[in-house]
Design a binder for this molecule. Structure first.
Ligand code: G3P
Length: 214
């Protein structure tokens, strides 16, 4: 499973990259706004740092405008992928952009029927938002399972990118199901690393090391 980092903060990307955990990056307007920087500054830094796919979200809502915005965003780098919303206009834009060789991540997916349409529109990635489904008492991970089954039934090439990940078990379950990608906030990456027994073990070894003569 590929690890994308779900952030627009360059310092988080750099630190995760040092751990070998940045196969790609996903951003969205909310994440960019959290940086307090301009979109241009944010994107230039990420493109300079990351070789893998970088998802940048189009904020237009009409197909022609999404397509024009997508073409412009794609000029930032060959590895830029355009996030299009899962709407009629977003699907039209997805079809058009991918036919031009521009990668598309169809975002805000909340149902298997939506995911089927994204694959038919030739999406590079489909992003089921599992945390937001969990928030309203639906099983987000069940959606991932359904999408994987549908895509495998028909050998669709669209990659399942599990998004809106909130905690370590989301990552583990995505991997158990065989999702192609998990896009993970930096805070969750750190929680994936931590284990109290590791900390206790280090403390004990260091204490015992003091007793070694010489
Ligand atoms: O990758 C999508 C993600 O950024 C949305 O996460 O936590 O706002 O639902 P969240």
């Amino acid at each position: 499973m590929k690890f994308f980092i779900d952030t627009a903060k360059i310092e988080e990307i750099r630190e995760a990259k040092m751990m070998g955990l940045v196969d790609g990056v996903t951003t969205n307007p909310s994440l960019v706004s959290q940086t307090g920087r301009t979109f241009e500054e944010v994107v230039r830094d990420i493109v300079a740092e990351v070789d893998g796919p970088i998802s940048l979200e189009a904020v237009s809502t009409q197909a022609e405008e999404i397509i024009a915005e997508g073409r412009k965003l794609a000029t930032y780098g060959k590895n830029v992928v355009i996030k299009c919303p899962l709407t009629v206009d977003g699907l039209k834009a997805c079809r058009a952009l991918t036919s031009e060789g521009i990668g598309v991540n169809v975002t805000l997916c909340f149902s298997p029927s939506q995911a089927l349409l994204a694959a038919k529109a030739n999406a590079t990635y489909i992003s089921p938002f599992i945390g937001r489904l969990d928030d309203i008492s639906h099983h987000g991970m069940e959606l991932v399972r359904q999408i994987l089954t549908i895509y495998r039934n028909y050998q669709f090439k669209t990659q399942v990118l599990v998004a809106s990940i909130r905690h370590p078990l989301h990552v583990v379950e995505a991997a158990l199901l065989g999702a192609d990608v998990a896009t993970i906030p930096f805070a969750v990456i750190k929680r994936l690393v931590n284990h109290p027994l590791t900390d206790v073990g280090i403390e004990r070894f260091l204490k015992d090391w003091q007793k070694v003569p010489g």
